[in-house]
Design a protein around this ligand. Sequence first.
Ligand SMILES: [Zn+2]
Length: 85
Amino acid sequence: MAQCKECGKGFIENRPFQVFCNDYCRGAYHRRRYRQQKVEEAEDRREARLNGDGRGTEEERQKASEVLARIITQSTSGRPRIRRI
Ligand SMILES: [Zn+2]
């Protein structure tokens, strides 16, 4: 009897060293791991940037949010997007 790493349920291994009770749990576990890794990478990049230049980060953040707001406003202004095919 083994315990599923994802849902914690006890199960009988079909093969040695099996750690998930089924494919769903295996998939869920790896999806979460992958997402967590992406988040950690983003955090690392952010920290590296902050460490690289301690000054003016508040201003930079402000600028970034202004740009983002402008992008959102533009994309929701109701103007139909013309897409050439
Ligand atoms: Zn499971």
